[in-house]
Design a protein around this ligand. Structure first.
Ligand code: APR
Length: 237
């Protein structure tokens, strides 16, 4: 008999830091070198799509060469071995969870290896460059492709499923997120109101720590494998 019946995990850029990918708000973070308002808002894409395409085209090779680290691998093991559903919701646009073997990962901020056609609405794999000239392989229209990344000012993806998972979970685990960007930063509250135990894994306490029962400080590559081992061995605890 296991202790939990529905585990929900939310990950942020911090889980990919040990894979060599920059986070967003640290001192050498992505947003320090590229202001959000120039590359990550729907207004920026409307005003200067070429500049935004360039930013993500340059980011793609860096993301694609990254390998999953021990934290991603531990979560994939938990999904496979824990005798109850383990759902992973990620704010990250990298696919390191999938590369580690995780399945049905919910990318609420989209994926950098995808593009969406604003003419026909189709989402497609796009590992190569996408720009203002790119034609949609489905409807043939050029110049309407957008990185399948959720910009500030856009709706999140997968939110129906996310909301249902949060309302049913009895363990909510947040890993490597600063907890400053809503709605994701509010997921812990929904889980807490549903009666879940809530854990936060980070290098330091975040501003969003009111709803967390436990705070485990340290690098995710170390703390998450230990936590998964504990969940898999002390199921009754
Ligand atoms: N282990 C655990 N936590 C870590 C590690 C690590 N090795 N390295 C960094 N962190 C923590 C940092 O302390 C910080 O709290 O990860 C967090 C990263 O925070 P952000 O850079 O703000 O990234 P994130 O929370 O994922 O941002 C959320 O904001 O700009 C948007 O769309 C973007 O998805 C992103 C969202």
């Amino acid at each position: 008999m296991q202790k939990y019946h529905n585990i929900v995990i939310l990950t942020g850029a911090g889980i990919s830091a040990e894979s060599g990918l920059a986070t967003f708000r640290s001192s050498d973070g992505l947003w320090n070198n590229h202001p959000v308002e120039k590359v990550a808002t729907i207004e920026a894409f409307e005003q200067n799509p070429a500049y935004v395409h360039d930013f993500y085209n340059e980011l793609k090779p860096l993301v694609f060469q990254a390998r999953p680290n021990a934290a991603h691998l531990a979560l994939a093991r938990l999904q496979k071995e824990y005798p109850a559903p383990v759902s992973i919701i990620t704010q990250n646009v990298d696919t390191l969870h999938e590369k580690a073997g995780s399945e049905h990962v919910l990318h609420i901020h989209g994926q950098i290896d995808q593009a969406v056609c604003l003419n026909c609405g189709r989402v497609m794999q796009a590992s190569g460059d996408v720009d203002t000239e790119t034609s949609c392989p489905h409807c043939g229209i050029a110049g309407m492709m957008k990185p399948n990344i959720v910009f500030f000012g856009e709706n999140l993806l997968c939110m129906d499923e996310v909301d249902s998972l949060l309302r049913r979970c009895d363990l909510f685990v947040s890993i490597g997120t600063s907890g400053v960007v809503f709605p994701a930063a509010g997921f812990v509250q929904t889980a807490k109101y549903a009666g879940a135990e809530t854990y936060e894994f980070n290098l330091e306490p975040t501003s969003n720590n009111f709803y967390f029962d436990r705070h485990i400080m340290g690098k995710a590559g170390t703390t998450i494998p230990a936590f998964v081992e504990k969940l898999l061995t002390n199921r009754e605890n």
